[in-house]
Design a protein around this ligand. Structure first.
Ligand SMILES: [Fe+2]
Length: 285
């Protein structure tokens, strides 16, 4: 099991950038956009390390760290600050302070120090030696809320479908199409992150095996689709700067396939939510 890092920052762009970078390092990343949300996630899920923006609405990084340590004194916490004049802040609540930068070298070094491989292996051994099989369950109420509130994703899917109906005749406007694909990549990554942070969770006790199996399979699809949209955007960039209309046709076909795959995934997840509501098993509300 990959170590899980909680990353809390009120700026969406920073959240998405850091998530992408940390996932590339092999971590699972859960996002929060303010301190209250971050504290709730720590009390609900198994988090191996927390990175907290110093200034966030409702509850800042230092106060969030204090509240987290009250329930989990051993949780490593990094304060991530934009204040270049900061004085090194050390306290029992904060294990390290790192200045924000697009170069994450310092942050990576501090994470490696606070989350050494030996500790990660110990966590893995502890998890793997649990006698009961752990199952993937869902929080159906949160999950439904995520689906209903993601208007941006629905809007993007509708726009892209309209483009696909235009077909190769839209070649001269391909810059706009590529832009929409980039927006879709960002929205999909955010959507999956919310689902994995609030919708799915590991349950130590195996309940409703049929739903757990479906839930596990659907959650696993996220990684595959994130890779696919990433490759799709790369291909779109080369089509945008290239001059072959046939490549644009290939891009449209691949985009159509991805949208179908995403739509099927969303339908299956909605069915899962519905089953969980009706079944009252494999869920926590
Ligand atoms: Fe999903």
């Amino acid at each position: 099991m990959r170590p899980t890092i909680l990353f809390a920052d009120n700026e969406r762009g920073i959240r998405l950038f850091c998530r992408q970078e940390l996932e590339a390092e092999g971590f699972r990343v859960v996002l929060a956009e303010d301190g209250d949300e971050a504290v709730n996630l720590v009390s609900t899920y198994t988090i191996d390390l927390a990175i907290l923006d110093e200034h966030m609405p409702r509850c800042g990084g230092r106060e969030s760290a204090s509240r987290m340590k009250e329930s989990n004194a051993e949780l490593p916490v990094i304060l991530f600050t934009a204040d270049s004049f900061f004085e090194s802040y050390s306290s029992p609540q904060v294990d390290a302070t790192v200045i924000k930068s697009s170069d994450l070298t310092d942050l990576r070094a501090v994470i490696a120090k606070l989350l050494p491989a030996t500790r990660t292996n110990q966590n893995r051994e502890r998890t793997e030696s649990k006698p009961a099989s752990s199952a993937v369950a869902i929080n159906s109420a949160f999950f439904q809320e995520i689906k209903e509130e993601n208007i941006n994703l629905s809007f993007l899917l509708t726009s892209l479908r309209a483009w696909l109906r235009l077909g190769p005749s839209a070649y001269h406007q391909r810059d706009r199409f590529v832009g929409l694909l980039r927006e879709l990549q960002e929205e999909v990554n955010l959507h999956f992150s919310l689902e994995e942070g609030y919708g799915y969770f590991e349950n130590a006790v195996s309940v409703a095996p049929d739903l757990a199996e479906r839930a596990g399979a659907l959650r696993d699809e996220h990684k595959k689709m994130e890779s696919e949209i990433s490759r799709l955007v790369e291909q779109a960039e080369s089509v945008r700067t290239g001059s072959h209309t046939s490549e644009f046709g290939n891009l449209l076909a691949r985009a159509r396939s991805f949208l179908d795959q995403l739509q099927s995934h969303e339908t299956c997840e909605r069915e899962l939510i519905s089953l969980a509501f009706n079944n009252d098993l494999g869920t926590v509300d």
